[in-house]
Design a protein around this ligand. Structure first.
Ligand SMILES: Cc1cc2nc3c(=O)[nH]c(=O)nc-3n(C[C@H](O)[C@H](O)[C@H](O)COP(=O)(O)O)c2cc1C
Length: 239
């Protein structure tokens, strides 16, 4: 796996996360995942368009982040210099995931809907990357707490590539209010400074058939269009 260290200042870095519990790509491998199909299509197109960019892939379903250990909050709110070995160990996963995210200019998230929300490994990831002093700070302004996102230090973009069994969870849909996946992930990213966020989704996987195939084809075309739009970002990279 390439790591965050492969990024140079003249290149962009793509961080690609998957979180589906299904490990193939929908329509290409048996029992495959549609969110993986979309995120794979995005990453392939991106890397074709910008072969000199950095790339990190993390499969959160294959290697789920450890949910916050009991002493995580104590560790996160302790001054770094005063953390003993146990508190340092509690933050190890968080440190690694934050370093990857900080290095990224473009974040691609394969995000299935499970029980109206995001998969638990993705939720664990989000809990570990929101950290005071690392990705956000809080200060007092009179009686109010003011949060400053630390990942707003340079342009960053994210695309959420969603798959949902039923239809109607998108904007204006009959189940929009039940879509707690997109809103939660957007909220987390915006809170730490990544505010340029797109969502592309396939819906209706449970019914399948030609109707769903057309939805997938439409979503893949939208992925191509988004890569074409975003891949002009950043400085030109010499071959
Ligand atoms: C545990 C579980 C919970 C699910 N919950 C929902 C749900 O709340 N709403 C929905 O529309 N589809 C739901 N589905 C269907 C998935 O969203 C759908 O199969 C989607 O394609 C999964 O993403 P993937 O193809 O990337 O694996 C659920 C599927 C599973 C396995």
């Amino acid at each position: 796996m390439e790591t965050a260290m492969t990024r140079t200042d003249s290149r962009l870095h793509l961080l690609h996360l998957d979180s589906s519990a299904r490990f193939g790509r929908g329509g290409l491998e048996p029992h495959g995942s549609w969110s993986r199909r979309l995120s794979d299509a995005f990453a392939r197109r991106w890397r074709d368009a910008r072969p000199h960019d950095g790339y990190t892939y993390r499969d959160l379903a294959a290697q789920p982040p450890r949910p916050m250990p009991g002493n995580w909050v104590q560790a996160a709110y302790s001054p770094a210099a005063g953390r003993g070995p146990e508190l340092q160990a509690a933050l190890a996963d968080s440190n690694e995931l934050i370093a990857e995210l900080r290095a990224a200019d473009v974040l691609v998230v394969g995000m299935p809907m499970y029980n109206y929300g995001m998969p638990s490994p993705l939720k664990a990831w989000s809990d570990l990357v929101v950290r005071m002093g690392e990705t956000v700070t809080a200060t007092r302004d009179g009686g109010a707490v003011v949060y400053t996102p630390l990942l707003a230090d340079r342009p960053r973009r994210a695309v959420l590539l969603a798959s949902r069994g039923a239809e109607g969870f998108g904007p204006g849909g009959r189940y929009e209010a039940m879509n707690h996946a997109d809103t939660a992930m957007r909220g987390v990213l915006e809170f730490i400074g990544i505010t340029d966020i797109e969502t592309l989704a396939v819906e209706g996987e449970e019914l399948g058939g030609a109707h769903f195939e057309a939805i997938v084809a439409g979503a893949l075309a939208q992925v191509d269009a988004l890569v074409a739009r975003w891949s002009g970002l950043g400085e030109p990279v010499a071959a």
